[in-house]
Design a protein around this ligand. Structure first.
Ligand code: FAD
Length: 277
């Protein structure tokens, strides 16, 4: 891939020693891609606060710039302030700031900051320009949004509140991304909007994730995956072909980079990134 395009990788915090070993191995294998940074997700309602911090530490020790995700839903200002101070002390310079989702049925209260824009403002109030702040964007519209226009307006508010760049929810329809970027630019948003890329490796998992987050898996892709049944090798080969084509198109049309949802697995991301020119 051309060196002018920034590539970034997303991991999730491992649950046990075995998973920690797998994350370490995947992160080492992915070094060849020379990513600008890697990020680590944050469990709903703060459930992985320590796990995220540990994974950030692990990745920093491997030589990566590591960016923790932080979500505000269910959290108090005091807790969020402590987390920000901790990361500042650890030399972290980049964060992915999110609202997050409350775990269903857990009956938790929403906390003091209700939307990601409130978290972006809070981070700027507490830490000035210390952190480079990434926020989420939804080319196919966030599932709880009142509408496409309202969702875009809320995205614009996050940028006006101080976000430096954005990472999108994954999508398989490049036109949704181009349309979103055009409309954001018309509203004066100048920050990079980096496509989030989900490699396809598992049919059921893809359908489950996509239903939850509102990403559309086009019918022809679902049909092809369904035809392959349990034939994982064919699913992976087809997935790599489809997603590589999507990534190449995005880069050719001027996307500022790509952010891979690696799911702590090097193979699928490498199979795509190595084929990009
Ligand atoms: P917001 O930008 O706050 O938007 C949430 C919804 O509220 C949208 O429908 C928006 O239109 C609406 N809205 C926004 N502001 C207002 C307002 N002022 N008034 C009324 N409505 C408003 N989840 C995790 O739990 N952990 C993670 O680590 C994580 N990482 C992610 C990384 C990326 C790149 C992406 C795209 C998503 C990630 N998520 C993560 C999922 C994310 O937390 C959910 O999609 C969540 O539902 C919304 O978070 P947000 O930051 O986009 O929220």
């Amino acid at each position: 891939m051309s060196s002018s395009r920034a590539l970034s990788l997303e991991f999730f915090p491992p649950r046990d020693e075995n998973a920690r070993g797998k994350l370490t191995a995947a992160a080492k294998e992915l070094e060849v891609l020379n990513p600008a940074y890697v990020s680590v997700t944050f469990g709903a309602g703060g459930s992985t606060r320590e796990g995220t911090a540990d994974a950030v530490d692990l990745l920093q020790k491997l030589g990566y710039e590591a960016a923790p995700h932080l979500s505000c839903i269910g959290a108090s200002r005091a807790v969020l302030g402590d987390i920000l101070q901790y990361y500042k002390d650890q030399g972290v310079r980049r964060l992915v700031a999110l609202r997050g989702d409350l775990p269903s049925g857990m009956g938790m209260n929403k906390g003091e900051l209700h939307y990601a824009v409130d978290l972006v403002r809070f981070i700027r109030e507490q830490t000035g320009d210390w952190f480079h702040i990434e926020v989420a964007a939804y080319p196919e519209v966030h599932p709880q949004a009142k509408g496409a226009q309202a969702d875009l307006n809320h995205f614009v508010e996050k940028v006006r509140a101080g976000a430096d760049s954005a990472i999108t929810q994954y999508f398989f329809n490049a036109d949704a991304y181009y349309d979103f970027v055009d409309r954001a630019r018309e509203k004066g948003v100048g920050v990079p909007i980096v496509p989030g890329i989900m490699p396809i490796t598992n049919h059921n998992q893809l359908v489950r994730f996509s239903d939850m987050c509102g990403a559309e898996v086009p019918r022809w892709i679902r049909q092809r995956l369904s035809d392959y049944g349990d034939d994982l090798a064919s699913i992976r080969a087809f997935g790599a072909e489809v997603v590589t084509r999507l990534c190449q198109d995005l880069l050719d049309q001027g996307a500022p980079g790509l952010h891979f949802y690696t799911l702590n697995n090097a193979g699928a991301t490498l199979a795509i990134a190595r084929r990009l020119t």
